[in-house]
Write a protein of this length. Sequence first.
Length: 238
Amino acid sequence: MLVLFDIDGTILETYSAGRRALIAAMNLVRPGHDYTLDGVQVSGRLDPLILGDLAAKYDVEVTPEIMDRFREAYGADLGRQIQSGQARIDLLPGVSELVGIVHEWKDVTLGLLTGNWPETGALKIRTAGLDPSLFTVCAWGSDAPNRPGLIPVALEKYAESIGGDLENKHVIVIGDTPHDIDCASSNGCRSLAVATGRFTLEELSEHDPDLAVQDLSDTSMLADWMQGFLETDTDETG
């Protein structure tokens, strides 16, 4: 089984540090506009898509060179915020405990499915106090053109690093937005929705996740829920 965590709003809270870095990077790479993220959908989106929408709002062309420069500037500003103490990044309730429990399970691999670029995603996790190396299989925002496309990427990386093929139904996606739920369902995966981001439990439940919770603090219940799938998967394959 493969358990894929989203980062922002699921594993950790950045208190808008990432949004500030987006604007700072845009001002550096393409100055001359009073950039804001008003009207730009951010939660659950891939970083390259967020940049594209922000640029389009101000009729700014995004070439591959601009994308590379923006990515570098974004990471640099986020790092500056963290180093200066301007940015505060905290783990959300239950995350450390749940990750620790699942990491110890045999035949289960931890991973990430996130809109972040690899370097900034790892930076956020590390700053929050979690070891990024706990997550073996990672599908990043730069790995596919849209979020549903990250599931095939994760499965391919699983085959490369763990060995063997994994059926989509043996994947659990944990996230805080409808995009995470839809990503899972469109690929035949299971979903665990958590209302620690910008969407309420009711809003998430409207998208029919396999399970929706307020946060990840009830680790015993969540572990039992996942173990139920693990036992089913083992029975099917064994």
